[in-house]
Design a protein around this ligand. Sequence first.
Ligand SMILES: *Cc1c(COP(=O)(O)O)cnc(C)c1O
Length: 383
Amino acid sequence: MQERDWRPESLTAQGLGWVDPSTQAINPPIHMSSTFLRTPGYGTERAYIRDQNPAFEQVETLLAKLEGGAAAAISASGMAAATSVFMSLKPGDHVVAPEMMYWSLRNWLVTYARDWGLDVTLVDMTSLDALKAVMRPGKTRLVWIETPGNPLWSVTDIAVAAEIAHQAGARLAVDSTVATPVFTQPLKLGADLVMHSATKYLNGHSDLCAGALVTKEKDAHWQRIVEVRYQLGAIPGSVEAWLLFRGMRSLFPRVRQQAATALDLAQRFAKHPAIAHVLYPGLPGFPGHEIAKRQMQGGFGGMLSVRVKAGTEAAKATAARVGLWQRATSLGGTESLIEHRASVEGPGSPVPGDLLRLSVGLEDAGDLYDDLDQALSGGNALG
Ligand SMILES: *Cc1c(COP(=O)(O)O)cnc(C)c1O
């Protein structure tokens, strides 16, 4: 690939066009080495795998490019990426996060992070007045948002949240796992950090665990985050980093197709007699639709939830009857997943019992509709 200002789709499809200089291979080699040779004078470009793994370089360069950031860092998981942001702060610092968000991170914030001394406030992030009200100028260091947010797909206005955070002297970090850089670039809307569970759409094949952070500036806070990754060792393996880079090559067509099918299903299920409510940012009646239209370009993502009219037991029975949808947690893979979220989150979960979370894969939209339709109607699954 010649150096030029190619579009993100082209850069991603060719993995930046990177060619191995020693073999001309159009895919990068995997260097299975934990350490690197020093010159007799003790000079070194790389010293040790926990700090500088060559397998991270291409994927981090590509991610920084796609998000419009100054640098990126991949980690062992989305949770490792997210927690490293909070752990780069100091005990006593105030942080604000959404009341409704990815469950494991919310759990960590209200247990470990609080024990460790972070002053954590959870707030309804769909109301930016509520966010404004809990900000403590000079004391709040970080505002964390997730948009669209698990599992109601609630939308937060990134530009406004950034303004509120910055007015108080805080940074804005965005969990953009569900939006993906295909539809939203939070840094361009004013955010300081973007986080991804690369386990999900970035890799897209449900076969690895990884996380990623992208920063707008290579500032002191970013240096601390990268140090936390290095010191705690929350790095992915070289093979995972390679697989992630491989999976990302199909990011654009995959995610666009998933979003098109999700929109089609959302529209059709909105008229289904057994469904009380479809939660999807792409539906005109959805509370965050207008904001989503502004900050998501070209699609509204592949995640939606449906609330079953007959209640919790009927929702569980529906998930038990599917034949094509796979009953499993996670999201963003090529296979469609269905999940009774309240059961997975357990006691204390704020998720309604009648809700089924759907991750739309790459199957035929008609097959996905028919299968869930028969499951809702109490029919027999084919598989
Ligand atoms: C899965 C997920 C995470 C956590 O990522 P892991 O890779 O599982 O650690 C964080 N945020 C969102 C929105 C997720 O879907």
